[in-house]
Design a protein around this ligand. Structure first.
Ligand SMILES: [Ca+2]
Length: 185
């Protein structure tokens, strides 16, 4: 199977960092006084495929990692890197994932951004997952995936795998991969 085929699904465990440290005492979303005021929990239930209890648990984990209720890109990259082996270069791919979650391009992922993105990855339909994957590849958001954009994403995915992969990644590996995708059949 092509390595790219399964990558959106593999993101889910990588993002589980936000679920760590949850204990039995739940926060009440509506009573929260953090800097960022999340959407009312009922609205989040409508926007995602998570129920109220799941959202409360996630919010608690999210707030532990990000007490002010927002994740800046540098923080996101730091968290992301912890879930890959040493030697893996995660910065660039984490940048693209961050952008795909930061819907309104504010430079920070809010809890709302986070659960909407995670809902698609964890419970979205095939169509929703494909739409998310497309938005990841369409770096400039113009509705088209160019060869250049595909090259950048494929390169970042190869970097994620680190140096110790078989067969070894050569300089031309990315180019060959992209050429195959764009080949007219
Ligand atoms: Ca584009």
């Amino acid at each position: 199977m092509d390595r790219l085929d399964s990558f959106p699904m593999c993101l889910k465990p990588k993002l589980n960092v936000f679920f760590l440290g949850i204990d039995s005492q739940l926060d009440d979303l509506d009573a929260d006084h953090s800097h960022y005021k999340p959407e009312a929990i009922d609205t989040l239930c409508q926007l995602t495929k998570f129920n109220k209890r799941e959202l409360q648990l996630m919010y608690r984990g999210f707030k532990q990692e990000c007490p002010n209720g927002m994740v800046k890109e540098e923080t996101f990259k730091g968290i992301y890197a912890q879930y890959f082996p040493k030697g893996a270069e995660t910065t660039q791919y984490a940048h693209y994932v961050f952008n795909s979650f930061d819907h309104d391009n504010t430079g920070a992922i809010t809890f709302t951004d986070f659960v909407i993105g995670l809902s698609v990855l964890a419970r979205g339909s095939l169509q929703e997952k494909l739409r998310w994957a497309f938005s990841l590849y369409d770096i400039n958001g113009d509705g088209y995936i160019t060869k250049d954009e595909l090259s950048k994403i494929v390169q970042s995915i190869y970097e994620l795998m680190g140096k110790a992969v078989e067969p070894m990644i050569e300089d031309h590996t990315t180019r060959d991969h992209v050429d195959r995708v764009f080949q007219v059949r």
